[in-house]
Ligand binder design. Structure first.
Ligand code: CMX
Length: 432
């Protein structure tokens, strides 16, 4: 057994016993109440699952196993320019411990050894029109790998429930190892005429992904390390994570549950917002006829968007009530690595203009930028302007969190998820 799996197994067994004991003793303890607005309002704030890998605070933002994004940047083993390696975050999410450099290097090597993508995936992708949306290609590519599922095979052979986590671990590790190759293949076939770039196995997971996408720029590698770290997890209730959890709770294997989650990420109110942001900015620049719009011009364009009854992409959040620290981390990156970018200056001007305008609407609970408000401008700076691909990048990163959480869920023996729905007549009856 590899050292990560060994460490996880020990921690998981301890927590499994602890949670069972807590459940037995305190199972009837009331942990919250549900209001009518929560039932009709997208279940905001209703506590209904255990998600070990991260927790979101409305003011502070995300913490991975208790560590904030600035702490993660400081503590995790990093690339040559100091940006954290996502391999380290995966280790942390599974074990709760900050890994050593040696442990992270071993994980990089482990993923490299699992990264070969079955030929049928490429054949399947090649049968699709090249202009099929990259997120559609991504979920089809993931599903084309499903026949390799170890969980699926072992379940059919009669695997014991206590072994479920082990099979999910193996599938998850294989999936994470292969996703950069699948994603890069989609990018190169959609936008670079199918000229594919062979992997460089001397590189870490992010740098090799950057390489296969078409860039060996050291700064872009650093951006990928940061990007793939900060997009990895945002507790369990967001649409993509919750979908993975829900589908996984039926004992559908990690390929199927992850593909389902990616279809949720592909919605414009969720992960697709990163493509919507840059599309909206490009349209604004074109309409205004300038690459350096003034704050007044931006204000007018924002007003036009709101008057057309559309949302301002990249702003607002279902849980957060302050600027997203993932936005701040990307801004810090831009300040450190990028000088003189009109597009990035525009993103920062939008940040000055939009919050007071959303606040003035009187209904928006969070007027601040989220993770998607900044990422596109960084990618465009390094030559990746094909924005319909951006959500695939988000998805590759999100795999780390949702699959690590999925391993935990199976190790803790969580049951089939089945919350209660009600009819409008039932609601009216309750109010009589
Ligand atoms: N622009 C304009 N109006 C907005 C808004 C925005 N950015 N954010 C919220 N509102 C509106 C809502 O549409 C809603 O209006 P109605 O009552 O007329 O329907 C009202 O404000 C209240 O919404 P809320 O409670 O503040 O926000 P929700 O929890 O319902 O929704 C979110 C959260 C993210 C879907 C919403 O803020 C939004 O649509 N933002 C733009 C899309 C976006 O950036 N999504 C990415 C989120 C991060 C991610 O998952 O990747």
């Amino acid at each position: 057994m590899d050292s990560l799996k060994q460490k996880f197994a020990e921690k998981a067994l301890t927590l499994y016993k602890e949670l069972r004991a807590i459940g037995k003793e305190h199972g009837d303890k009331v942990m919250g109440e549900v209001t009518l607005s929560q039932i009709t309002g997208g279940a905001r704030g209703i506590k209904m699952m255990v998600w070990e890998t991260s927790q979101l605070d409305a003011q502070e933002g995300i913490r991975f196993r208790g560590y904030s994004i600035p702490e993660i940047k400081k503590l995790l083993p990093s690339g040559p320019q100091g940006e954290p390696l996502p391999e380290g975050l995966f280790w942390l999410m599974l074990t709760g411990e900050i890994p050593t450099e040696e442990e992270v290097n071993a994980l990089t090597k482990d993923w490299q050894s699992r990264a070969e993508v079955p030929q049928q995936v490429y054949t399947t992708l090649d049968s699709l029109p090249a202009d099929t949306h990259p997120m559609t290609q991504f979920t089809i590519g993931i599903m084309a790998m499903q026949s390799d599922s170890i969980f699926d095979r072992r379940y059919a052979e009669g695997m014991a429930k206590t072994d479920h986590w082990d099979a999910v671990y193996e599938d998850s590790m294989n999936l994470i190892a292969r996703l950069p190759r699948v994603a890069a293949y989609i990018y190169r076939r959609a936008f670079k005429g199918g000229e594919h770039i062979a992997p460089d196995t001397s590189l870490d997971w992010s740098a090799n992904f950057a390489h296969m996408l078409g860039s060996d720029d050291e700064d872009f590698r650093s951006l990928m390390r940061l990007y793939l770290t900060i997009h990895a997890d945002h507790e369990g209730g967001n649409a993509s994570a919750h979908t993975v959890n829900l589908v996984g709770s039926t004992l559908s294997d990690p390929y199927r549950s992850f593909a389902a989650g990616m279809n949720a990420l592909a919605g414009p109110l969720h992960g697709l917002a990163n493509q919507e942001v840059i599309k909206w900015i490009f349209e604004m620049i074109e309409e205004l006829g300038t690459k350096t719009p003034t704050k007044e011009q931006i204000q007018q364009y924002v007003q036009e968007t709101l008057d057309a009854r559309k949302v301002i992409p990249g702003y607002g959040h279902a849980v957060l009530r302050e600027p997203d620290p993932r936005f701040t981390a990307q801004r810090r990156f831009a300040e450190e690595y990028i000088k003189d970018s009109d597009l990035i200056e525009t993103v920062w001007k939008i940040f000055d203009v939009v919050p007071p305008m959303l606040e003035a609407l009187g209904k928006v609970k969070n007027p601040w930028p989220n993770v998607d408000a900044h990422s596109g401008a960084l990618l465009v700076h390094y030559g990746f302007s094909e924005y319909s691909f951006y959500t695939v990048l988000f998805g590759v990163s999100r795999a780390l969190g949702v699959l690590a959480a999925g391993i935990w869920t199976r190790a803790l023996g969580m049951p089939l998820e089945r919350p209660k729905s009600v009819t409008s007549d039932w609601i009216k009856d309750q109010l009589k």
